[in-house]
Write a protein that binds this ligand. Structure first.
Ligand SMILES: [Zn+2]
Ligand SMILES: [Zn+2]
Length: 243
């Protein structure tokens, strides 16, 4: 009987019983369906680069990556965690293993980050993935996150862009990522975002090339400001230590 009830509650409340990252029992509390051990492994970004939100050693400075960017089209980006350990595992499970329900956990952290940074956006949009990639995975994680945030923050979700060049960004260095992503996005028809403050959502901020290109499209379409929000941020330790 007990076994049956356990099985039943597992079916009814799967994420409330097991840690969504390491799958261990959540009998000692945890937070947002993540156990205390995994939470302890996740590194919150507390001193962000003023522009891109990368994890910094000192306050009120921006990183070399931002310094070297010719033009930045977003007002700033903020990310919740450094893309390492448990935070990285969470993204990988959601994105590559198709565990869509993880988007809910991720967006709860992103909501807190949005509020902590006193963002005041009027609508939410997301980095589109190419049709081929969306078809392969069955979903776009950035869109799922944006969708959850739209409900949590009570802001409209607007589908604004389409990806027109689908070359993979993985395994490309900084420079070729910038080149590869250039003109990769275009505005959808009948999108009206004139004079609006836009929240642009993605799962991971890597070099900022994607966020910058998307922001460029949104600004060209008349957006007043673009604020970025991602779940995680790859840390460019070597670059930042030179700063
Ligand atoms: Zn865990
Ligand atoms: Zn930066």
């Amino acid at each position: 009987m007990k076994n049956f009830l356990n099985k039943l509650s597992e079916i009814l409340f799967p994420s409330s019983l097991k840690c969504v990252i390491c799958k261990s029992e959540l009998n000692n509390g945890g937070y947002n369906s993540i156990c205390n051990k995994c939470i302890a492994e996740m590194q919150l970004i507390t001193i962000p680069c003023t522009t891109c939100g990368d994890n910094m050693q000192h306050e009120n400075i921006y990183c070399l990556n931002c310094k070297s960017r010719k033009e930045t089209y977003f007002a700033r980006n903020r990310s919740v965690f450094i893309y390492e350990n448990a935070a990285k595992n969470l993204v990988i499970s959601a994105k590559f293993n198709g565990e869509k329900y993880l988007a809910q956990t991720m967006s709860k952290f992103m909501k807190s980050c949005y509020l902590d940074n006193r963002y005041k956006c009027e609508l939410i949009t997301f980095v589109p993935s190419g049709l081929k990639r969306t078809k392969e995975r069955g979903f776009n994680l950035a869109k799922l996150l944006a969708d959850n945030l739209s409900m949590e923050l009570n802001l409209p979700l607007v589908d604004t862009m389409q990806r027109i060049n689908e070359t993979h960004q993985i395994n490309k260095d900084f420079k070729s990522r910038q080149e590869n992503i250039k003109d990769a996005f275009k505005l959808l028809e009948n999108v009206d975002i004139k004079n609006k403050i836009v929240l642009l959502v993605d799962d991971v901020y890597t070099t900022g090339a994607t966020m910058n290109e998307c922001s460029k499209v949104l600004k060209k379409a008349g957006a007043k400001e673009v604020f970025g929000l991602t779940f995680a941020h790859t840390q460019k330790k070597v670059i930042n230590e030179l700063n």
